[in-house]
Design a protein around this ligand. Sequence first.
Ligand code: ATP
Length: 269
Amino acid sequence: MKQSVSKPKPLPSISLDDVGGIQEEMKEEIMQTLSILKEPDRSLKMGIKPPKGILLYGPPGTGKTLLAQAIAKEIGATFFSTSGSGFNELFVGVGASRVRNLFQNARKHAPAVVFIDEVDALAGRRKQHGGEESEKTLTELLVQLDGGHSNDGILFIAATNRKDMLDEAFLRPGRIDFSFNVPLPDTKGRREIINIHTRNRLLAEDVMTTLGDLAESTSGFSGADLHSLFETASRRAVRNGQEIISKEDLDYALDRTILGTATRALQDQ
Ligand code: ATP
């Protein structure tokens, strides 16, 4: 038997300042959404219904999970995180009961964010999805999302790399009220992400002066790639008994990361 998929996590320590490369328009929309969520009664008086569900979509490693954690932190919500693939079961009814437990558990800890990563594994188009078990699990998810007042204080956030695969019924307003595209970062975004991931690292002078060039030359890198780049450089520095990341450490890490992204691209083909 698999473990239960829904463990409450204490308030995430990630804030919006830890997420780089969010475009201005999206930042504004997120801030607006957060202000509604923070003061639901005031919003209701003005005729604005607080959103129940948010979809974050975009390529892998662009910070969707990070953003969900930051949203939970901003609204002071307990974070329940799980992956859509954790609901795929051979036995009919098991996935559905996991979905039910997840929401029941979250309601006990409201205000709560229920975050489901890889939601396409759970809420994929019914025709393509196939199977009685998958159908039942998706139906249960829709039932839980339609929970009415029992869902007060619950914000559902789903993430996917495949928005095109999602079932129309799942995307309906009231279930998913906002969809945010989280794309690969542009140069400015990469610079912000580099700043975030070098905040707590000691860098040699000649590394610090090349961070702008690094942002320019890493087109196609995701936030996760940039994180991995500095992790690899730090590990090499430690291995060599240094306390500061040198230019050689960074160049070594860059080669490794480029190799990693190229291999991934080949596997995706
Ligand atoms: P997936 O689609 O594969 O689930 P994701 O979009 O949810 O990926 P995250 O899991 O949030 O990506 O990112 C992995 C790690 O990469 C983060 O913990 C963080 O260290 C780094 N990272 C990714 N995107 C960003 C970003 N926009 N700003 C800062 N760090 C980022």
